[in-house]
Design a protein. Structure first.
Length: 230
């Protein structure tokens, strides 16, 4: 992640430096030859890199930064800009993600019937409570479950269907959001869980299942069986 951010930053710096070496154009430019076409492609790539880094970038201020750099009036040195960029992307991103998740989940609780939210951030809706005398509470308790995991867009990222090899494992082996959510129902229960990224796969994601960094997930989960360990 860090290398990608630094690489993207360097791409922007190099591109701006290349533009600074050319003559300042007057009026709206036109594409006349291969050099112009290549220049346009470079500009598109810069834009896509910027959108990938942070789609909330203020376009007017961005253009002001490019213009200042081209005219030698930049308000920061390249080292200062790089330092700020890395701090913003590597540390500030977690706060921005948390605020987005909080807003999304709070809005969900306010507008959807039966949806509740715990202090941890776990958000849930119980469809069937199940046998509360058989609720997994101990890390050594084992459970057999089925589930369907999706992104907020509805795209499926993981599924464990009811079959001979239905997922059976100890409670301690689940990600935090599933571990906490299963304690809310008993054997035979059904629950829908919305997991903030910190309760799912965090900043690393899970590449083998296509789950990206800092991705919030939705689980539809059913507990088939609970085996208590005392």
């Amino acid at each position: 992640m860090g290398r990608k951010i630094v690489a993207s930053f360097i791409i922007v710096l190099v591109a701006v430096t290349l533009f600074a070496c050319g003559e300042e154009q007057k009026g709206a430019p036109t594409i006349k030859n291969d050099q112009d076409s290549m220049s346009y492609v470079v500009g598109m790539n810069i834009a896509y890199n910027i959108l990938e880094m942070d789609s909330t970038i203020n376009r007017e201020v961005l253009l002001m930064g490019i213009e200042d750099a081209l005219t030698g009036k930049a308000k920061m040195t390249q080292e200062q800009a790089k330092e700020y960029f890395l701090v913003y992307m590597n540390y500030g991103i977690h706060e921005r993600i948390r605020k987005y998740e909080d807003k999304y989940l709070n809005d969900l609780v306010a507008t959807a019937d039966g949806v509740m939210r715990k202090p941890s951030g776990l958000t849930y809706k119980v469809a069937k409570v199940g046998d509360m005398n058989k609720t997994p509470t101990n890390d050594r308790d084992t459970v057999a479950i089925t589930y369907r995991a999706t992104r907020l867009s509805g795209e499926e990222v993981d599924v464990a269907a009811e079959r001979a090899d239905t997922l059976r494992t100890a409670l301690k082996d689940f990600i935090p959001g599933l571990k906490e959510g299963m304690k809310l129902i008993g054997e035979g229960g059904d629950i829908t869980l919305w997991l903030p990224s910190s309760m799912a796969y965090g900043a690393d994601g899970l590449e083998e299942k296509g789950i990206g960094p800092n991705e919030m997930l939705r689980y539809e989960l059913n507990i088939i069986e609970v085996k208590k360990r005392y």
